[in-house]
Design a binder for this molecule. Structure first.
Ligand code: PLA
Length: 418
């Protein structure tokens, strides 16, 4: 450790010079929630499922898999650098569908979706030609995308995605940005479903148009799939955009997370896959992915992936899992209607219909940063400053309190999503 003696003879460490960093835009608010001791506090910040009592929920299919693992005396050996191959295979089938030949897919187990984005970003950062080291992300997007890809040495630029005036997809703006403003051979990041934070996805016809323009521009498609099953309640349907792009011939890259759809948040369970054209490409890409992973964390954790492998390889547990995932999506969906009804009941005259037309885990309310700050400081409702509400944090008991607070801060003021 470098240090220097001061005139008084004491030692000053370089640690004194370390500047204070800002808290994370999402997890920093989650921390503030934990530290708040007001009994009325509400956590609608992080996208983590809560049951109708407001408690975290472990899927019974996951519990059953854990019991099977425990009873079978599963060991705690290291996984290989690229993870559990049987898990990776099943996970890819879950995303890409049972029909696709995945023999030339280079794929590794990752530390959930964040880890997958990071490994994929590192790969692009190392191997894209220097004039194409760019990734285009939607405006808005999950805030961590910008940080992850920036940290991988990629230039991060935004493309038009959401139109606050219509509370819908800005398809023309998006197509124009892809066509006119993106460099050939660079990467475009797409949310596979349940776009975070807007809850606004293209229709299948719109995806087809997007796919065509991307193909003409010769861009790599990086799908981030963090919510498969949370958009429609059906994991198969939610994979439609990814499967369409693959069927159109895109050699996609996929970051897959099992945090939300399997409720495995803290287990850090995901995959990264890169579709290659042949076995040689696959072998070279795999070797490089392992070279990225080994000095970073050596090998991934095994508990979450063992659970997913156990569930997806057992017909009965898999069917049970699909029902339970649908149940989570349904409860979240019903909270949209309930919140909007309650807002009307408490006297709000705003048009909140965008909340019911959005999909996925979040309501992108249109409330401004100032309104959110008041909701937090005066009503102890913790949410992200972009006006996003994690619907799973709402239940029959707190919905009226939340609606009254939202009405109080928005009454007579305009609401337009940023
Ligand atoms: N991609 C998107 C689009 C996400 O929304 C999230 C999580 C991830 C990847 C990464 O999730 P994972 O690493 O846990 O698999 N977004 C959360 C949590 C749910 C977070 O910010 O970390 C959110 O509240 O937006």
């Amino acid at each position: 450790m470098s240090s220097s003696a001061t005139e008084e003879g004491t030692t000053t460490s370089f640690l004194n010079e370390v500047p204070m960093g800002p808290p994370d835009a999402i997890l920093g608010i989650a921390q503030a929630f934990r530290e708040c001791d007001n009994p009325n506090k509400v956590n609608v910040c992080v996208g983590a499922y809560r049951d109708s009592e407001g408690s975290p929920w472990v899927l019974p299919a996951v519990r059953s898999a854990e019991k099977i693992l425990l009873d079978s005396g599963a060991k705690k050996e290291y996984a290989p650098i690229d993870g559990d191959a049987a898990y990776v295979k099943l996970a890819l089938k879950f995303a890409y569908g049972p029909e696709l030949d995945l023999s030339t897919a280079a794929a590794v187990q990752t530390l959930s979706g964040t880890g997958a984005c990071r490994i994929g970003g590192e790969f692009f950062g190392r191997f894209l030609p220097s004039d194409s080291k760019k990734i285009y992300v939607p405006n808005p997007t999950w805030g961590n995308h910008v940080k992850i890809f920036g940290a991988c040495g990629l230039e991060v630029q935004r493309y038009r995605y959401y139109d606050p005036k219509t509370n819908g997809l800005d398809l023309d703006g998006m197509l124009e940005d892809i066509n006119d403003n993106m460099s050939e051979g660079s990467v475009i990041l797409l949310h596979a479903c349940a776009h975070n934070p807007t809850g606004c996805d293209p229709t299948l016809e719109q995806w087809k148009e997007i796919s065509d323009v991307i193909q003409r521009k010769n861009l790599y498609v990086f799908f981030d799939s963090a919510y498969q099953g949370f958009a429609s309640g059906d994991a198969e349907k939610d994979a439609a955009a990814l499967r369409l792009f693959v069927s159109e011939g895109h050699k996609v890259v996929l970051a897959q997370s099992f945090a939300k759809n399997f409720g495995l948040y803290g287990e850090r369970c995901g995959t990264l896959s890169i579709l290659c054209e042949n076995a040689n490409q696959k072998a070279a890409v795999m070797s490089q992915l392992k070279l990225i992973i080994r000095p970073m964390y050596s090998s991934p954790p095994i508990h979450g992936s063992s659970i997913v492998r156990t569930v997806l390889s057992d017909d009965e547990l898999r069917a049970q899992y699909y029902d339970e995932c649908a149940g989570m999506a349904e409860r979240i969906g019903s909270m949209r209607g309930l919140l909007v009804d309650k807002l009307k009941d408490v006297g709000s005259t705003h048009d909140w219909s965008h909340i019911t037309s959005q999909i996925g885990m979040f309501a992108f309310t249109g409330m401004s940063k100032e309104m959110v700050e008041t909701l937090t400081s005066e009503y102890f409702i913790f949410m992200t400053l972009d006006g996003r509400i994690s619907l799973a944090g709402i239940n029959d008991k707190n919905v009226e309190y939340i609606a009254k607070a939202i009405h109080a801060v928005t009454d007579g003021k305009s609401i337009v999503a940023a």
